[in-house]
Write a protein that binds this ligand. Structure first.
Ligand code: ZN
Ligand code: ZN
Length: 261
């Protein structure tokens, strides 16, 4: 089993040490993990609050080893329609095994909170979120896998506590998939929605469609911000990918490794 999305105290919103997360992974029987701390660029007054310190990152992970566990070092980048150059420049500062691309902000608002939902119908809020995602995946090259595609409904401010349905936005979602596939990018099955909005982010129907359109790279991540969440629902996630793809991917030095399930 694998977990390719987790945050230690290196992230502004993480709680535990890298060593504690790695130990939790061993205790859960995971074989390979990847740390993916946040680098999200905020505009206005909150700039810098979601950027980890590179020295703290290296101190936390570079000498970390545990028998029986393969540890990879990655990053979760917030994608915006204009931060490609900064991202490229930063990615030149150290080598990562894996880069997740995420949409956390739409029109300068954190979609996690209620401000984003104000003045929009649920459909409009979903639509604007996917439009932003499409714009970002079109202009970005330097990420490996699109993270938690339906994160929108996970947030504290979301009036909807259910998985975001594929059918209602199928055309734009298909377009996002086509762009990802044409660029050789993957799709993450993020398990953190199970407790928060009743399903994986995104749900299995998205993965079936991704495969139908030619998508091949798929990863699993818990998005744990505490050690007790590491590997959560990883077994169930493997089951979903086993049925649809027959494998799951991990990454080393930005290259996918395919593991038969
Ligand atoms: Zn995220
Ligand atoms: Zn995350």
């Amino acid at each position: 089993m694998f977990d390719f999305h987790m945050h230690s105290r290196v992230s502004f919103d993480g709680h535990d040490t890298g060593a504690a997360l790695a130990q939790a992974a061993v205790d859960r029987g995971l074989k390979e993990i990847c740390f993916t701390d946040h680098r999200d660029f905020l505009r206005k007054e909150r700039e810098q609050t979601m950027l980890f310190d590179l020295e703290a990152y290296s101190r936390e992970y570079d000498s970390l080893e545990l028998p029986g566990l393969t540890i990879r070092r990655g990053v979760e980048y917030g994608l915006y329609n204009d931060n490609q150059a900064r991202m490229k420049q930063e990615l030149g500062q150290r080598n990562y095994d894996f880069v997740l691309g995420s949409i956390h902000f739409v029109d300068d608002m954190d979609v996690y909170f209620s401000e984003y939902w104000q003045g929009k119908t649920v459909w409009e809020a979903q639509r604007r979120y996917f439009e932003t995602m499409l714009e970002c995946v079109r202009v970005h090259e330097d990420f490996d896998v699109l993270s938690h595609m339906t994160y929108l409904h996970k947030g504290a401010g979301s009036p909807v506590k259910a998985p975001l349905p594929y059918e209602e936005h199928r055309e734009i979602i298909d377009e996002i998939f086509r762009v990802l596939i044409s660029k050789g990018k993957g799709l993450e099955l993020n398990t953190s929605g199970m407790d928060r909005c009743g399903g994986f982010l995104p749900t299995p129907d998205y993965f079936r469609r991704f495969k139908e359109l030619g998508g091949e790279i798929v990863t699993i991540g818990s998005d744990a911000h505490r050690s007790d969440r590491v590997g959560q629902y990883s077994e169930e996630a493997c089951q979903v990918l086993r049925e649809i793809f027959g494998y799951v991917c991990t990454f080393a030095e930005r290259k996918p490794i395919f593991h038969k399930l």
